[in-house]
Write a protein that binds this ligand. Structure first.
Ligand code: SF4
Length: 255
């Protein structure tokens, strides 16, 4: 991974993050401290057991956005910001019939693209991103979606989360872990990262999960976040990973 490819780091390196983990696993809840103080190796082992349990609980976990080529994948991911995947799919089923190439987005007539994506919210901003994205693809990449992290990050509206999603789903390339709102929340509650910044959370997860779990783990955490460990009312009493979870920030811890 090039220096430029690394998750946003603040001032900490992955190695520093791992060292921190030996002494201070992610903020154990009051009264539950001793059980959850663990070495980095112990946390990595627990993370693997959590993923195995989530695999049994969510065997069908996969990306919910519909796409048939890399361009559709990146467009759908841009549209999914602040919008449900179901609504994005509803919109893209029509959109992708009219917009088939990067040039179609680059040269979309004023108002037309906005109208087509209106239902996904923030449509003026997203239309601007998609025009810029189409233009950049045409001018820099021959109209094709590139397949490296460095190149994807050059596209308007594409940060590491989107790039990881596109690389993994469209190209089968795994360079990191896509940290969306569910992955962020689960990583914190499970005590796998004590960070707030998605880039630092990604780095913490990459440090304790084997690379072959990075892509799969993303969708296991997302499915679990949607179905069980939801933001407002986590259902700890019926959660298959409850014995392995310190429930950081769940107040009061239940289950
Ligand atoms: S035990 Fe509770 S907080 Fe932990 S993962 Fe399960 S639902 Fe979420």
């Amino acid at each position: 991974m090039s220096k430029r490819n690394q998750p946003k780091a603040g001032s900490r390196s992955p190695r520093t993050s791992a060292r921190r983990g030996r002494r201070a696993p992610a903020r154990p809840p009051a009264g539950r401290t001793s059980k959850w103080v663990e070495t980095t190796e112990q946390r990595a082992e627990r993370a693997r057991r959590v993923m195995a349990a989530l695999e049994r609980a969510h065997p069908d976990a996969r990306v919910a956005l519909e796409f048939s080529n890399p361009l559709e994948m990146v467009v759908a991911t841009v549209l999914s910001a602040q919008c449900t995947d179901a609504k994005v799919n509803e919109v893209t089923r029509k959109l992708f019939q009219r917009y088939r190439t990067a040039r179609d987005y680059a040269e979309a007539p004023p108002g037309e693209l906005e109208e087509a994506i209106h239902a996904t919210g923030f449509f003026n901003f997203k239309a601007k991103l998609l025009r810029g994205l189409g233009r950049t693809l045409v001018d820099r990449f021959g109209g094709e979606v590139p397949r490296t992290m460095d190149e994807l990050l050059e596209l308007p509206g594409v940060a590491r989360k989107t790039a990881n999603i596109v690389l993994g789903n469209a190209f089968g390339v795994v360079e990191g872990i896509a940290v969306d709102t569910h992955v962020r929340r689960l990583a914190q509650r499970l005590g796998l990262s004590g960070e707030e910044d998605p880039g630092l959370i990604e780095r913490d997860l990459m440090a304790i999960l084997p690379r072959e779990m990075w892509f799969r783990g993303t969708y296991l955490l997302i499915d679990h976040g949607r179905g069980v460990c939801n933001a407002k009312a986590p259902r700890c009493g019926e959660c298959p990973v409850e014995p392995m979870c310190p429930k950081v920030g769940v107040n009061p811890p239940s289950g």
